[in-house]
Design a protein around this ligand. Structure first.
Ligand code: GAR
Length: 194
């Protein structure tokens, strides 16, 4: 097994849109000895994303880009990632859809965390839909990103029980707790041959 040092850790960009609790968790994880990743930069489509404060706090380079439908900024984003020698992208509460061209450029090197047991409940508003359908279990999934929404190969999942008197806020909170365990485990699984 290769000994992981700052130099040979996988240079990673984390994409966020909001609160950034998964970002914070991945930053913490990146500092452990067994972590294969080093977080080089944080990208957000939302300049008000609270998660950007974690980039500031941990002195990680951050950048805000508009992700419009015409993909006008795509070259700029790719250049920024290249400048930072980014090999892996972790989507962590990133609410924009990446273009086919972008995904092709990072083929097999983009991971996403989704708050449901995929392939069930792709897309938005997952927790309310789970509750409305009287599901007994929900959970979270880390998967590779391909050109179809929330449909790439599944890496790992964790189950969460749905209670009779649950609401979407309570369920989201319990799922998020599991996400924080799942994402590092999934990254370790992907790079376990290092
Ligand atoms: C997380 O629950 C994540 O799974 C979800 O947004 C939340 C972000 O929380 N992602 C998606 O719904 C992607 N489609 P965070 O900003 O605190 O990490």
């Amino acid at each position: 097994m290769v000994k992981l040092t700052g130099k040979n850790r996988i240079k990673t960009a984390v994409f966020i849109s909001g609160a950034g609790s998964n970002l914070k968790n991945l930053i913490k994880f990146s500092k452990y000895n067994k972590s294969p990743i080093q977080i080089k930069c944080v990208i957000s489509d939302n300049k008000y994303a609270k998660g950007l404060n974690y980039a500031k706090k941990f002195k990680i380079e951050k950048k805000i880009f508009k992700f419009d439908k015409e993909n006008k900024n795509e070259k700029k984003i790719l250049d920024f990632l290249k400048k930072n020698q980014v090999f892996l992208i972790c989507l962590a509460g990133f609410m924009k859809i990446l273009s086919k061209n972008f995904i092709k450029k990072f083929n097999g090197k983009i991971l996403n965390i989704h708050p449901s047991l995929l392939p069930k409940y792709k897309g938005l508003n997952t927790h309310q839909r789970v509750i409305d359908n009287n599901e007994k279990f929900s959970g979270c999934t880390v998967h590779f990103v391909n050109s179809k929404l929330d449909s790439g190969k599944i890496i790992l999942q964790k189950k969460v029980k749905v209670f009779k008197n649950d609401n979407s806020k309570l369920l989201a909170k319990r799922v998020l707790k599991k996400e924080h365990i799942l994402y590092p485990e999934a990254i370790i699984k992907v790079f376990s041959n290092l």
